[in-house]
Design a protein around this ligand. Structure first.
Ligand SMILES: [Fe+2]
Length: 210
């Protein structure tokens, strides 16, 4: 029997590829890979203070298909802080204390996403998940090989791509091609995001210091 979440995610990916020609390649990769994603055994679900504080309200105000997808995952999300290797660096400690992600499609073995037992699905072609970024959080500039797409479910933030900043709110789609430097800063409120890496899912993001 088809998995309802994977079917809905695949339908959304195909629709996004048709809506925006710049997304047609990445969305083809995503929709195609989703046909090979497999369910995984999950361990105990974990949460974090920023999730306990902001997730419910962020979900309730979410818009579009990404909000529906997040809702479908409501009882299968296990949250973690990213970038454990950067613990002890003041800006990253500040970010990590109020930024959480949950893998939805993880890798069986991954250096960065720590998905063992925390992802309800596995793939070696793509990864996907939710991000909850608390208010006033600076996610510093970083790069990765993976081609990345974010969909804003709720909240508004300033986004940097290359040298350009722009502001995006609910319903926005943000595309980062391979290797492009990007950053995200929230204002007074949190933001809830759906993300997908459609290439190089096991890659490691690197914070850009200079
Ligand atoms: Fe990224």
């Amino acid at each position: 029997m088809p998995d309802p979440f994977l079917t809905a995610f695949g339908d959304f990916a195909r629709a996004e590829g048709q809506r925006d020609p710049t997304l047609s390649g990445p969305m083809f990769l995503l929709a195609d890979a989703l046909t090979r994603v497999v369910p995984a055994e999950m361990g105990p679900l974990a949460s974090l203070p920023v999730v306990d504080k902001h997730l419910e309200a962020s979900r309730q105000t979410g818009v579009g298909v990404p909000a529906d997808l997040a809702l479908q995952m409501a009882d299968r999300t296990s949250w973690a802080s990213p970038y454990p290797d950067y613990a002890g660096e003041p800006d990253m400690d500040a970010m990590r204390s109020a930024y959480a992600y949950t893998p939805i499609i993880g890798q069986a073995e991954s250096a960065i996403l720590l998905t063992a037992g925390s992802a309800p699905y596995l793939s070696d072609e793509v990864s996907a998940g939710l991000v909850l970024q608390g208010p006033g959080v600076v996610y510093p500039p970083h790069v990765h090989k993976a081609v990345e797409i974010y969909w804003v479910i709720s909240g508004t933030a300033d986004w940097q791509r290359g040298d350009e900043w722009s502001t995006h709110g609910p319903g926005a789609t943000i595309f980062h091609d391979t290797g492009v430097r990007h950053a995200t800063t929230t204002g007074d409120g949190p933001q809830l995001l759906l993300f997908a890496w459609v290439t190089d899912p096991g890659g490691v993001p690197v914070i850009v210091r200079f």
